[in-house]
Design a binder for this molecule. Structure first.
Ligand code: PLP
Length: 391
């Protein structure tokens, strides 16, 4: 298997970074599956996105990877943060972020956590329901809020449609209700869906939100904030648009539809950190279920419960590198090590892996800096959670 990068990426930079991660991983010894994070790569990706996003503020979606080294570097660079819980807010503050630069973006917040955030200087909250606004008004009086709206159509590889947001009429009512409760409603937020590979795929979502924006203005609301959420992609083998192009493309589409907006927030998670990470794991077993079996089974030391949760539905297809790359390959069903039959990573679309692969061989899994370490179970079946090393 050769290493392929999306056509639009700067190949020299990508290769240099891959070399750096790879040479570290090649020489280091790990006694369990380990995610290696190159913090300089996070920084270069931050600059690349920022170059396209212009005056929009980057609020890093902490849930993608809350490693302290990442949060500290981003805080030093002047990034803002989107936190989903008290725990994430605490991690941002510990990394040096200012409370005014942290938004509490989860629409589902416990009352004690709202009160705690308010007491620690957090002033910007998301909501998508009356009851949430009431909780915020009581426990963070006078706070600013934005209303999260539902995205009906998503072209994302990992859509986030149903759980969050409210429809158009509810969103308009919530602006009024927030005001009546003494809060300051600033505008709307949405999420186009995670891993939306091209800027043009944002178009139906932006059309719908722009219509809502116009309706709210017609209803007399003064809107100053648009939170465009995340969705910025990482390279997993299918072509993606390069980060600066992508971000600039999205911003051009926003300007075209909304005109000038005083404050725009973008919340990249995956697009900021995924390509800065590589997991080092190993093959535990290779087998065939019968002499007639066309597929081999390859069991890895890492699986669905120990970091590769986004293989659910085979949605995210990671790229594997082994020391046998370049040798003949065959279709393999790839599975994790635990005693749970859901711990199969790729079966509907098997992976082509080298036929020579055997127990003990090292496997590198590329672009795994996002949604891996924190999706790792604490100790299911006695397997330790994914270890993380920052270089
Ligand atoms: C998860 C999340 C993000 C990050 O999404 P990515 O697709 O990883 O960029 C941004 N905003 C909110 C509100 C989220 O829940």
């Amino acid at each position: 298997m050769t290493i392929q990068f999306a056509g639009a990426m700067a190949p020299s930079q990508s290769l240099a970074v891959a070399d750096r991660l790879e040479s570290f991983c090649a020489t280091a010894e790990f006694d369990r599956p380990t995610l290696v994070i190159d913090v300089d790569r996070v920084e270069s990706q931050y600059h690349a996105l920022k170059a396209g996003l212009g005056h929009a503020d980057i609020h890093y979606a902490v849930k993608a990877n809350p490693h302290p080294a990442i949060l500290r570097r981003l805080a030093q660079l002047g990034a803002h943060f989107d936190a989903a819980s008290r725990g994430e807010i605490e991690m941002c503050l510990a990394a040096g972020a200012m409370p005014g630069d942290i938004s509490y973006g989860n629409t589902i917040k416990r009352v004690p956590d709202i009160a705690w955030a308010h007491a620690h200087g957090i002033t910007l909250f998301a909501a998508d329901a009356e009851e949430e606004l009431e909780k915020i008004a009581t426990h963070a009086p006078g706070a600013s809020v934005y209303i999260r709206v539902i995205v009906e159509v998503s072209m994302a590889d990992w859509p986030l449609t149903r759980k969050f947001g409210c429809d158009r009429d509810t969103a308009l009512k919530l602006l009024d209700y927030a005001k009546a409760l003494g809060l300051t409603p600033l505008g709307f937020s949405f999420h186009v869906g995670s891993q939306t590979r091209k800027a043009e795929m944002w178009s139906p979502t932006l059309d719908a939100v722009a219509q809502l924006w116009a309706d709210a203005k017609d209803a007399g609301h003064e809107l100053t904030l648009l939170n465009i959420g995340g969705g910025f992609p990482a390279f997993y083998g299918e072509e993606i648009q390069a980060p600066t192009d992508y971000a600039a493309g999205v911003m051009a589409m926003v300007t075209e539809r909304f005109g000038h907006i005083p404050r725009i927030m973008a919340e990249p998670g995956r697009g900021l950190v995924a390509e800065a990470g590589m997991i080092v794991a190993e093959v535990v077993l290779t087998s065939r279920k019968s002499d007639r079996d066309l597929h081999r089974w390859v069991y890895l030391s890492i699986g669905r419960f120990s970091g590769l949760a986004e293989t659910e539905g085979e949605a995210i297809r990671y790229q594997f590198t082994t020391s046998h790359d370049g040798e003949p390959t065959g279709p393999c069903i790839v599975a994790g090590p635990s005693c749970d039959s859901a711990d199969v990573l790729y079966e509907k679309r098997p992976m082509n892996l080298p036929l020579a692969l055997k127990a003990g061989d090292r496997v590198l899994i590329r672009n795994t800096g996002a949604y891996t370490s924190t999706y790792s179970s604490v100790c299911f079946n006695g397997f330790p959670p994914l270890d993380v090393v920052a270089i």
